[in-house]
Write a protein that binds this ligand. Sequence first.
Ligand code: PBG
Length: 325
Amino acid sequence: MDLPRRPRRNRVNGPLRALVRETSLSPEHLVMPCFAREGRNLSEPISSMPGCHRHSVDRLVERAREWSDLGIPAIALFPATGPEAKTADARAALDPDGLVPRAVRSLKDALPHLLVITDIALDPFTDHGHDGLLSPDGRIENDSTVEVLSAMALVHARAGADLVAPSDMMDGRVGAIRESLDRGGFLDTGILAYTAKYASAFYGPFRDALGSAPRSGDKKTYQMDPANRREAMLEADLDEAEGADILMVKPGLPYLDVLRELRDRTTLPLASYHVSGEFSMLKAASERGWIDYGQSLLETLIAFRRAGADLVLTYGAADAARLLA
Ligand code: PBG
């Protein structure tokens, strides 16, 4: 054949493929989400998330040291709270000696260079499992919830959190949290905003891990409708105007189009959250011998980077870092 252009020429061997590779993936792009629990010397496996555990704080620090040694720069911390920490008013979320502040202090003491990102939402602390406060008629109240979230962010900042990550999807929370942090003197504590967080079935294993599935109803009055893309741009404009430092899309793979469009719209760094259900699907299929876990994980992570993510939250962060080493 008389072909002037033969794209295969750029694929003939590994070094050439590396030379023309358009996107890169390295451990420094990854954030490890992890679960803290009360107690000592405990690592409780999460059955719906193979390889993941609820760690007591002492154990979490040990694991975090391993992740950091693998080149992972940051962790996203979630509390697996006991029933004693769950009330209608979520007051345990504001306890300066609660599980999260204690974990943050221990982590930052032991590993000052590891960035700690804390979750700002009320679901681990409400007895009904919703991310916000419930009104008597069963609605999730926006403005009163935002007040608690702003105070919660300040508690985390005082404990040493590098970034706070509101995952609640209340309106106006980024601005209120920014104001609360600034007034408290935490000008350099960043906000990683869950900008486009969809009401997704892929959070199932996470809710299992935390025992945080809503007791009644669903999260569709605050999390976004999976059918909507333009609405994500509205959320992004608001978060950016309110002072977010990084914008996130969640879940990951099913929403790459949203990520891609945001990439063209904002100059802020973008994050993608490869959520629990997405991770567990890879694990489950590989346990059955249907796909290769490591290769499918790396392919998934490079897809996030290709679509425009600067950073990726994934439960496979340590596995990926080992494979990339
Ligand atoms: C709750 C929260 C959820 C996740 C992160 N923060 C679950 C939810 O909204 O019900 C999901 C993360 C995952 O599935 O990996 N604020």
